[in-house]
Write a protein of this length. Structure first.
Length: 142
């Protein structure tokens, strides 16, 4: 599947200290009515929570890291699930020693400071539905 889009608005966002990273992204998407787009961010976290998808079990396992981290890279996309914008993002976070941890972004990442850029895409909004092979909510092919 390949779809074509054109660039829409670009949003530069300074997230609030103490807010949940993923929930903040979702709130911005709802406020600005962004249904398709790409996301990138750098910054720092007061707590890190990521998930890993165990392919054999078709199940996500969450792992919480209770220290302070740099957001070395966050990259993701925005589309629709159940009619609402949803951000699918992966994050790499570094600790005081420079060691990096990464995974699927889930709720529980507490913002220390975060500079987020959302690039809106104009075109048909993709919706996520359950993919039987992977067990993941992948983009519908229609
Ligand atoms: Zn993922």
């Amino acid at each position: 599947m390949i779809k074509e889009y054109t660039s829409g608005k670009t949003y530069i966002c300074k997230l609030k200290h103490g807010d949940d990273l993923l929930e903040s992204i979702h709130a911005i998407c709802k406020e600005k009515d962004i249904t398709m787009g790409s996301v990138q961010a750098i910054g720092a976290l007061q707590a890190l929570n990521i998930a890993y998808y165990e392919q054999n079990e078709k199940k996500y396992y969450e792992k919480a890291f209770n220290s302070h981290y740099e957001i070395l890279a966050l990259i993701g996309n925005i589309s629709l699930k159940d009619g609402s914008p949803i951000c699918h993002a992966h994050i790499v976070a570094g600790d005081a020693d420079g060691a990096a941890f990464g995974g699927h972004l889930v709720k529980g990442c507490v913002v220390f400071a975060c500079e987020l850029i959302i690039s809106e895409l104009k075109g048909p909004a993709l919706s996520r539905g359950l993919d039987a092979i992977t067990g993941l909510p992948l983009w519908d092919d229609a």
